[in-house]
Ligand binder design. Structure first.
Ligand code: NAD
Length: 300
């Protein structure tokens, strides 16, 4: 089988349904040993049910793969990592996928609805990854996936809590990519769109059947493979369409002396995206300022 994960151990959070389930089945098919984590909650995060994880483990077993259930909440990431260590002795890959929604317009959103969504999507991605990190450092190898959303990138009505958390995981991944570099740890973000219980009634019905979770899983597998050189990237996957995001900024303008009225006068030039740049590190802004200073030294 090409793209082998033989000898690799993968933790997939929220793998009892939807996208996570699809990842678990495909990783196992490609030879990985899988920790199927799922608390078994509803789409709004209520309840608890071991059946979600067990059903996927059973399915993997029947297909000849190797998997073990874990029923802890991602808020207790150390227990999930312990399941991997106790059963398989290592952890190579963490796919942070578990999640639910608490949609409400911003005017009506409570602090609890904000906190609950931040806990599950952003804080728990930190907690699970943090528990796996020392093992990856020691092995000098690791692959991490954060799950974002177009809601995080563009915003979405009724999802102030979710969109903020989903953009947060991109910042987290970008920093892990920098800090993981010397340990052979890569971190990337997937921006999926797929038919699941979470998106039922939200995605356009004419596209629902086309947007299969199985169209997202191959992208996640490749990003987690030892041969994939990318780290610090953000990738979109939906219905077989795969694409990479990057930041774009206008060329900008050095205004000296800078005053409010001058900003107003130059606004069209400042916001003109023609000839824009695609910076990929925080050194780019400083470099741009230096360059502008060199080319247009301030008048003495
Ligand atoms: P899903 O509801 O089908 O699956 C999510 C799973 O996470 C469920 O099985 C649930 O029990 C589990 N879970 C929830 N809270 C948990 C907790 N505290 N601990 C452990 N498990 C928990 O949803 P999905 O559509 O497969 O979404 C998976 C991820 O992808 C989510 O992070 C979601 O925000 C993100 N996402 C999905 C889409 C999409 O189109 N489906 C789009 C953008 C982002």
């Amino acid at each position: 089988m090409d793209l082998s994960f033989s000898g690799r151990v993968v933790i997939i959070t929220g793998a009892g349904n939807g996208l996570g389930r699809e990842y678990a089945l495909l990783f196992a098919k490609h030879g990985a040993k899988v920790v199927v984590n799922d608390l078994g909650v509803s789409t709004s995060g209520d309840g608890k049910d071991r059946k979600a994880a067990d059903a996927v483990v059973e399915e993997i077993g029947k297909a000849g793969g190797v998997a073990v259930s874990n029923y802890d909440s991602v808020e207790e990431g150390d227990k999930i990592v312990r399941t991997a260590m106790e059963n398989f002795g290592r952890v190579d890959i963490v796919v942070n996928n578990a999640g639910f929604l608490r949609d409400k317009s911003f005017a009506k959103m409570t602090t609890k609805e904000w906190d609950d969504i931040h806990k599950i999507h952003l804080r728990s991605s930190f907690i699970v990854t943090k528990a796996a990190w020392p093992h990856m450092q020691r092995q000098r190898y690791g692959r991490i996936i954060m799950t974002s959303s177009t809601a995080g990138i563009y915003g979405n009505f009724g999802q102030a809590n979710y969109s903020a958390a989903k953009l947060g995981v991109i910042g987290l991944s970008n920093t892990l990519a920098i800090e993981g570099q010397r340990y052979g740890i890569h971190s990337n973000v997937i921006v999926p769109m797929a038919a699941s219980r979470l998106t039922q009634g939200i995605l356009p019905p004419e596209l629902y059947d086309r947007l299969k979770p199985s169209c997202v899983a191959p992208v996640v597998l490749w990003l987690c493979h030892e041969d994939c050189p990318d780290s610090g990237g953000v990738f979109e996957a939906a219905g077989g369409l795969v694409a990479k995001y990057r930041w774009q900024r206008s060329k900008g303008l050095l205004i000296d002396p800078i005053e409010p009225q001058r900003v107003r006068e130059e606004w069209n030039r400042i916001t003109d995206m023609d000839g824009g740049l695609s910076p990929d590190s925080n050194a780019d802004l400083l470099a741009s300022v230096y360059l502008e200073q060199l080319q247009n030294p301030p008048e003495k």
